[in-house]
Design a protein around this ligand. Structure first.
Ligand SMILES: [Zn+2]
Length: 343
């Protein structure tokens, strides 16, 4: 009982950041079905239960919309967010600066930041980056787990592919322009070739918004020790992902303890200042999956059942003797440091 109180107090006292959410992917579809106030109805209660203050909402584009409809789909997602804000004025706020984030927290609203999860909406037009900056996009994930005009992604499981690519000339210009505008780069989903090129080009802190440790779970979506060290050297932060297959070698065994093992691993390797959360809750999106032609295949599932369960992580951190000031950094302090520095 005492422990539960302690956890509640910690969550009330310190801002909690989720550096990667596909919430708009869901919101845009739900609104097409005629629903309104989707965030307020379906998400807000869990944000409140988990004490979440800041959500980075990604602009992710399904394969079926690429290439022609990618721009339209991204704009639809942003439009949906604005309509949701109109309907839930005192509950959510799009934030374009650190000041905005502070204002949202003061007004007890959920602060929403925008990111690209793949730059397909730009196709090959850098001018559009400026437009998306004006619309509020502040983090640029160059690609999802596929190749686009800027970069080449890494797959979730090994598959037949041709020679891997690194960044394109467009990708290089994109990084330079994004940083000049006041955005920063997210390397989750990039392949290793592209990762090291970003590290050479980027001058600002970089993040891996939703990737874990490859030494613990050897999948390409997770980061090697050298990559973790390189991100730390650039003063970046790595958001822990709760997808079972990135948390545990045998995905079925994924649980909070195994998730916190990834936090421990990063803290032991590079210290406390480079780890946070990019939960990437996907279970609420499974309803949109096409039927799997191979149903016996291991399924992806979320290690935690929604933001409300963040408390189980805090509990595990307390059990492992993390001090309150360290928990503060993991819950959100580390990501906030970058938002303050760059936005
Ligand atoms: Zn992702």
């Amino acid at each position: 009982m005492e422990l539960l109180k302690e956890i509640d107090q910690i969550h009330k006292k310190f801002p909690i950041v989720d550096a990667h959410s596909d919430i708009l992917f869901d919101v845009v579809r739900q609104r097409q079905l005629g629903r309104k106030r989707v965030i307020e109805t379906d998400y807000l209660p869990k944000f409140i239960e988990g004490g979440v203050n800041i959500i980075v909402a990604s602009l992710f584009i399904d394969d079926m919309f690429i290439p022609e409809m990618a721009l339209r789909r991204a704009l639809d997602q942003i439009a949906s967010l604005h309509m949701e804000m109109d309907e839930s004025k005192d509950k959510i706020m799009l934030c374009k600066s650190y000041k905005d984030i502070e204002k949202a927290m003061k007004d007890e609203k959920i602060a929403i930041l925008l990111s690209f999860e793949g730059v397909e909406p730009l196709y090959n037009d850098l001018n559009l980056l400026r437009v998306f900056y004006e619309l509020g996009v502040r983090m640029v994930g160059l690609c999802w787990s596929r190749r686009n005009y800027a970069a080449d992604g890494c797959y979730f499981t090994p598959m037949k592919e041709g020679k891997k690519g690194g960044l394109t000339a467009f990708g290089v210009s994109l990084i330079e322009m994004a940083e000049a505008l006041g955005m920063f780069i997210d390397v989750s989903h990039l392949n290793d070739e592209g990762f090291w090129e970003v590290l050479e080009i980027a001058k600002k802190p970089i993040i891996a918004s939703h990737s874990n440790c490859r030494s613990l779970v050897p999948v390409m979506r997770n980061l090697t020790d050298e990559q973790i060290k390189a991100i730390a050297k650039k003063k970046g932060v790595i958001g822990m992902n709760i997808a079972n297959k990135f948390v545990a070698k045998e995905g079925n065994l994924a649980n909070t303890e195994k998730l916190v093992d990834h936090i421990d691993y990063i803290v032991n390797l590079v210290g406390i200042h480079h780890v946070g959360f990019g939960f990437d809750f996907c279970d609420p999106l499974r309803k949109y999956d096409l039927p799997n032609p191979n149903p016996s295949e291991d399924k992806f599932f979320d290690t935690l059942s929604g933001h409300g369960k963040i408390k189980s992580i805090t509990k595990e951190l307390i059990n492992r003797k993390y001090k309150e000031e360290d928990i503060k950094l993991i819950l959100g302090g580390n990501f906030l440091r970058i938002y303050k520095e760059v936005l």
